[in-house]
Design a protein around this ligand. Structure first.
Ligand code: MLT
Length: 308
């Protein structure tokens, strides 16, 4: 009987799908170190979200394990090269949380523009200050979307529904395709940044995109501009952003992801002014978690039962 380790909290529908297919499920989220290693070696496949950091040491001696499915998009918590060297296949579920991540981006955009978290905190402390919380409309404003993949496209579509003007930048999408989608395209970040009122990033994390928006790039933006990151921590340089917010050279930021998660106590964004922060909630909806659990379980079921 094939055995699957569930190494993270997974919606029960995913577990049930595997069990219905006659697969034994070892449902033990939160395992670490040697316990996690032993559980991996005893399983034919593993399903996880972003919690376990499956570094190279977990693939040195993978035992029976032949596949890992990430219930989510980013596989940055898995050493894919080390897994591949040992013949372990790494899969992800790219579509399941697209809408949730896009909606969270729009939620941060509006929360930031109308200063909702700060107004809420003031009221809960007994205040009633209508002058302090004058916001800005998003209609008519320019949203720069960097990365026109699944999530970037859904954000752009929703922004159009809010009457925003979208300018997109994506090296893999032609200007003709961007125009067909109804947006203007920019040829480079340097061309895009001075034009936007809001900037949202939807590119993968990793060495290639680390600090793609740093002090120089923030300096190219209008003082009234706001930036959003619901993609991966560190794509916007955290210190540079905190400095720009403190200096007032950037008007605001909405950030869901951090270079170290859970956020480090000394992360400068934690105490920066005019920022709305959330603890990596982009995919945290009932619907997204259900989607990714079922998709990941289905991938593993197909993989194991096809006899690969
Ligand atoms: C993803 O990569 O799917 C999202 O960032 C959500 C998550 O990490 O669970």
């Amino acid at each position: 009987m094939a055995r699957v380790l569930i190494a993270d909290k997974l919606e029960s529908s995913g577990v049930e799908l595997l069990q219905a297919a006659g697969i034994e499920v070892d449902n033990r989220p939160g395992l670490k170190g040697d316990e996690l290693k032993a559980a991996i070696q005893a399983a034919d496949a593993v399903i996880c979200r972003s919690q376990p950091k499956l570094s190279a040491e977990y693939f040195d001696n993978p035992g029976k394990m032949r596949a890992v499915a990430r219930a989510g998009v980013g596989v940055d918590n898995i050493d894919v090269a080390a897994a591949t060297r040992k013949g372990v296949v790494v899969m992800n579920t790219p579509g399941g949380n697209t809408v949730s991540a896009a909606e969270h981006t729009i939620a941060l955009l509006l929360a930031l523009s109308r200063r909702i978290p700060a107004a809420d905190a003031t009221m809960k402390a007994g205040g009633w200050d209508r002058n302090k919380f004058v916001g800005t409309e998003v209609a008519g404003k320019v949203l720069g979307v960097v990365g026109l993949g699944r999530i970037g496209r859904e954000v752009a579509r929703r922004a159009k529904g809010l009457d925003m003007k979208v300018i997109a930048l994506d090296q893999f999408v032609t200007a003709a395709k961007v125009a067909e989608l109804g947006y203007e395209s920019a040829a480079s970040l340097d061309e895009l940044l001075p034009r936007v009122d809001y900037l949202t990033l939807h590119v993968p994390g990793g060495a290639e995109t680390k600090s793609m928006v740093g002090a120089r790039e923030l300096g190219l933006m209008k003082k009234t501009a706001r930036v959003l990151n619901v993609a991966r921590g560190g794509i916007i340089d955290e210190k540079a952003l905190a400095d720009a917010l403190a200096a007032g050279t950037i008007a605001g930021a909405g950030v869901d992801v951090f270079s170290v998660e859970p956020i480090a106590a000394d992360n400068p964004l934690a105490k920066a002014p005019n920022i709305v922060i959330t603890p990596h909630l982009g995919a945290s909806t009932l619907e997204a978690q259900e989607n990714v659990a079922v998709e990941a379980a289905q991938l593993i079921k197909d993989f194991l039962l096809s006899g690969q």
